[in-house]
Design a protein around this ligand. Structure first.
Ligand code: SF4
Ligand code: SF4
Length: 731
C-alpha cells in the first residue's frame, strides 16, 4: 500500500464511520417515531400477497410508469441505486489498492457489462429527472407546479449526489483503463474505456477517485441522517415497508373504496360500548394516527403527484394532499422528543408526563406539543380547518401516490374527531346530518314519498315482500328517490330492466340513506345507525340466499361503494353492481339492443366513487360505445385521472366559498371537447355538472345526462323523450 492509499484508506474509514453511526441513530429515531402511533394489527395479515404486491409495485413501478417518461427515468435511477451500491462497496477496495475490486464477481465480464449498462441508463435517467424538476420548479413563470411546497434543495441535492456518484464510477474505471489495471473487455465497458482514453496513466488516480466517490456517498448519508424528514431520500428505504403494509394489498387501489373503520386501541369502535374517556374518537393528536399513518408521513417523497391531481388544489383551495402529509410529518417529528419522554395528553386532556420527565425538554418540542392538530393560523394549528373541509374524498391523491400513502383515511380520521367530539364542521352540513338522523335521507324528504318515482311508468315495480324470486334488489338511493334529475335515471334504469326481462324488486319505504355522506363528513355514529338498519333490512330481504344470490343493483356510486365495500364491516355481504355494469352485460348478451345511436358528440365523466374508488371504467364506456354515433370523445382527464365534480366527501352539502368552483372547472373541460352531451353515472355528478353548465349559460347547447338515459334513447327514442317529459313534470 503506497502513501496515497494509506491516506485514502484512513479518510474513507473515518467518514464512513461517522456516516454509519449517524445513519443508525437516524433509523432508530424514525422507528421510534413510527412506534408512537396506535396499533393496527390488520397490517400483518396475508404476508404472501403483501410481499408479491410490494415486489411487483417496486420492480414494475406500476404507479410511476403511468407518467411514462418520469416513471422510466426513475426506474433506471432506482435500479442504478441498488446495483451501484455494489460499486460504492467496490470503491472501498479501490482506496486500498488501485487494482482492487470486488471479490468473487469483480472481474467477471458480465458484472462489468451489467454495471456499465445500468450506470449509463442511470445517468440518462437522473439527468432527465433533474431536467423535469428544473422545468417544473415552483418559481418558474406561470402555472402551478407539483413541486410547490416541496423542499427543493433536498431534491436537487439527492439528484446531484446520484449523478456525481455515477460520474465518479466512470472516472475510477477510466483511471484503471489508463493504468492498464482494468479487467473488463472493451465490448462490455465501452464508456469506461472511452473515459480512460482521456485520463493520464496515474495509478493514484484510482484511489483518489474512489475516495471522492465514497466521500460523496457518505456525505449524502450524513445529510439524510441529520434530516430524518427528508422523504426524497428516505423513501428509498421506507417505501418498501409502506407498500408492504398498505391497507388492502390484494386490491387495486388500496386505500380507496371502503373507508377504514373508526378504530380505538386497534379495534373497530363499537358505539354501543364506546366511552369517550377511554376510547379514541377519530384523531385529535398526531400520535393518535396509527403507526402506519406515521410511516405514511415519513415516506412521502414530496413528488407532488397527488397535489397535481387534487381538485381542491387545482381550483385554488388551501388543501394540497402533499402539503397536508408534510405538515403532519413535520409536526410528528418536532413533537416526538416530548412524546418519547413520556409526554402526551390522555383522552380526558390530562398531561401524562410528570414534571420531572419534562424538566429538560427542548422548548421547541414543548411548543410543538401545544399546537392544536386542527386549528387556524391564529391558533397555531397544524392543519387549517379550511384544508380539512376542502377534501372531496375523490381519491386522486391515493391513486397517484407512488408509495401508497392513504390520504383519505387520514383526512376522515381527523374529521371524525372534529364532528363527534368538537361538533366543529361547516354549519351548512348540519342540516344534512339532522335530516339523516330524523328522516333517513339528506334532503329531509318524507319517507312516504320514496316510491313516487314509480308513478306513471306503465309497468308495476315490485317491492321486496310482494315477490320472493327477484334476481336483483334495485337500490334506488335517496337521490334516485327524491332528487328530480336523479329520478329520471331511476325511471330509465327500471324501464331498461323491465325491457330486458330482468326480475327486480325495490325496498320502497324500507330503504334509508346508506350513510355515505355521514361517514365521509366524519359522523361515524350516524353512519353506523343507518348502516345497521339497512344491513338488517337487506339481510331480511335476502334471507336464506348465498352471497352470490344476494345481488343488488345501485345507480348511485356512493351507495354502490358503501353497500359493496363497507357494509361487510357490519355483517352485510352482498354482490353489488352499478347500473352501468348491469346494462353493459344486458347489451352484450343481446337483451338490450340500441337501434338508433344518439348523435351530436358525447363525452363521459367518470364519477370518482365508480371509477377510481371501484375501478369501473369500461362498463359505462361499453354502453355508450353502443349507444352513441361516433363513440365517446374523451376529456383530457379521464378514467384513473378523472377530475372530481366537487360533490364527494359530503361536499355536496357544504358551500364552496374558496377558489374556483370544481364543477365549473370540470364543465369547462367537458365543453372543450365540443360534445353536446356530458354523460354521467352518478346523481351527484349529474347535479354538479348540470349546475356548472347552467352557470356558464350553456344549458341550451349542452345536456348532462345519465348513461342509462342515453341507452334508453338509443333503444326507443320516442319513449325516451316521453320518459324525459314525464319525469320532469312529475318533479
Ligand atoms: S381525496 Fe381528492 S380532494 Fe381530497 S386531498 Fe385527495 S385529491 Fe384532494
Ligand atoms: S404522491 Fe405520495 S409521495 Fe408524492 S407528494 Fe403526494 S403523498 Fe407524497
Amino acid at each position: 500500500m503506497g502513501s496515497v492509499q494509506i491516506v485514502t484508506t484512513i479518510l474513507a474509514a473515518a467518514i464512513t464511520a461517522v456516516a454509519v453511526w449517524l445513519a443508525v441513530r437516524a433509523v432508530m429515531k424514525i422507528v421510534a417515531v413510527v412506534r408512537l402511533g396506535q396499533p393496527d394489527p390488520e397490517r400483518f395479515g396475508d404476508r404472501g400477497t403483501r410481499t408479491k404486491t410490494m415486489l411487483a409495485e417496486t420492480a414494475g413501478h406500476t404507479r410511476m410508469l403511468r407518467w411514462s417518461v418520469v416513471g422510466a427515468a426513475h426506474w433506471f435511477v432506482m435500479v442504478g441505486f441498488i446495483v451501484l451500491s455494489l460499486l460504492v462497496l467496490e470503491a472501498y477496495f479501490e482506496v486500498v489498492s488501485p487494482t482492487g475490486g470486488l471479490p468473487l464477481i469483480g472481474g467477471l465480464a458480465v458484472y462489468g457489462l451489467v454495471t456499465e449498462l445500468i450506470a449509463v441508463l442511470g445517468t440518462v435517467g437522473i439527468v432527465v429527472l433533474i431536467a423535469i424538476r428544473v422545468r417544473n420548479r415552483p418559481t418558474r413563470p406561470g402555472g402551478r407546479s407539483r413541486f410547490t411546497g416541496s423542499t427543493m434543495w433536498q431534491g436537487y441535492f439527492v439528484e446531484a449526489v446520484v449523478l456525481a456518484v455515477l460520474i465518479m464510477g466512470f472516472v475510477i474505471r477510466g483511471f484503471k483503463v489508463a493504468t492498464d489495471h482494468f479487467e473488463y473487455p472493451l465490448w462490455a465497458t465501452p464508456v469506461s474505456h472511452a473515459v480512460g482514453a482521456l485520463l493520464p496513466d496515474w495509478s493514484a488516480g484510482v484511489s483518489i477517485a474512489a475516495l471522492i466517490k465514497i466521500a460523496i456517498s457518505m456525505t449524502w448519508l450524513i445529510v439524510i441522517a441529520l434530516n430524518v424528514t427528508m422523504g426524497v431520500a428516505w423513501h428509498r428505504f421506507l417505501a418498501f415497508f409502506n407498500i408492504f403494509f398498505k391497507r388492502d394489498p390484494g386490491r387495486a387501489g388500496s386505500g380507496l373504496g371502503a373507508l377504514r373503520p373508526m378504530m380505538s386501541q386497534g379495534k373497530p369502535l363499537d358505539f354501543e360500548e364506546a366511552d369517550p374517556e377511554k376510547d379514541q374518537f377519530g384523531v385529535a393528536q398526531v400520535e393518535q394516527f396509527t403507526w402506519k399513518g406515521l410511516l405514511d408521513f415519513s415516506t412521502c417523497t414530496e413528488c407532488g403527484r397527488c397535489q397535481s391531481q387534487c381538485p381542491a388544489w387545482n381550483t385554488g383551495k388551501p388543501l394540497s394532499p402533499k402539503l397536508l402529509v408534510l405538515s403532519l410529518r413535520d409536526h410528528a417529528y418536532a413533537k416526538a422528543p416530548y412524546l418519547l419522554a413520556g409526554g402526551g395528553k390522555d383522552l380526558t386532556g390530562e398531561e401524562k408526563a410528570t414534571a420531572a420527565q419534562l424538566a429538560h425538554m427542548d422548548v421547541l418540542a414543548l411548543a410543538e406539543a401545544e399546537k392544536p392538530l386542527i386549528g387556524g393560523a391564529e391558533d397555531g394549528g397544524v392543519i387549517d380547518p379550511d384544508v380539512l373541509w376542502s377534501c372531496t374524498t375523490c381519491g386522486a391523491c391515493v391513486e397517484q401516490c407512488p408509495v401508497d400513502i392513504e390520504h383519505v383515511d387520514h383526512i376522515v380520521d381527523m374529521r371524525r374527531y372534529q364532528v363527534l367530539i368538537e361538533s366543529s364542521f361547516p354549519s351548512e352540513a348540519g342540516v344534512m346530518l339532522r335530516n339523516l338522523e330524523n328522516k333517513g335521507n339528506p334532503w329531509g324528504a318524507p319517507q312516504n314519498t320514496r316510491e313516487d318515482w314509480t308513478k306513471g311508468l306503465g309497468f308495476e315495480v315490485p317491492r321486496v315482500g310482494e315477490v320472493d324470486d327477484f334476481e336483483y334488489l334495485f337500490w334506488v338511493g335517496c337521490a334516485g328517490a327524491f332528487e328530480d334529475r336523479a329520478k329520471k335515471t331511476t325511471r330509465a334504469v327500471a324501464t331498461l330492466l323491465n325491457e330486458a326481462g330482468v326480475s327486480f324488486a325495490i325496498l320502497g319505504e324500507g330503504e334509508t340513506c346508506t350513510g355515505d355522506p355521514a361517514r365521509r363528513i366524519g359522523n361515524e355514529f350516524v353512519f353506523q345507525m343507518l348502516a345497521q338498519q339497512n344491513v338488517e333490512t337487506l339481510n331480511e330481504a335476502f334471507d336464506g340466499r348465498d352471497k352470490s344470490k344476494r345481488k343488488i343493483v345501485a345507480t348511485c356510486p356512493h351507495c354502490f361503494n358503501t353497500l359493496g365495500n363497507e357494509y361487510g364491516q357490519l355483517g352485510g355481504e352482498f354482490e353489488v353492481v352499478h347500473h352501468t355494469q348491469l346494462l353493459a352485460h344486458l347489451v352484450s348478451a343481446g337483451r338490450l339492443t340500441p337501434v338508433q345511436p344518439v348523435d351530436g358528440g358525447l363525452t363521459y365523466h367518470d364519477p370518482c366513487y365508480l371509477g377510481r374508488h371501484n375501478r369501473v371504467f369500461a362498463a359505462p364506456r361499453e354502453v355508450l360505445g353502443e349507444s352513441v354515433a361516433g363513440g365517446i370523445t374523451e376529456m383530457p382527464r379521464n378514467s384513473e385521472r378523472s377530475f372530481c365534480c366537487g360533490a364527494g366527501g359530503a361536499r355536496m352539502w357544504m358551500e364552496e366559498k374558496i377558489g374556483k368552483r370544481i364543477n365549473v372547472d370540470r364543465v369547462e373541460e367537458a365543453m372543450s371537447t365540443g360534445a353536446r352531451t356530458i354523460a354521467v353515472g352518478c346523481p351527484f355528478c349529474s347535479t354538479m355538472l348540470n349546475d356548472g353548465v347552467n352557470g356558464k349559460g350553456a344549458g341550451e347547447q349542452v345536456e348532462v345526462v345519465d348513461v342509462a338515459s342515453v341507452l334508453l334513447r338509443s333503444l326507443k327514442p320516442a319513449d325516451a323523450a316521453g320518459e324525459k317529459e314525464t319525469a320532469t313534470s312529475g318533479s
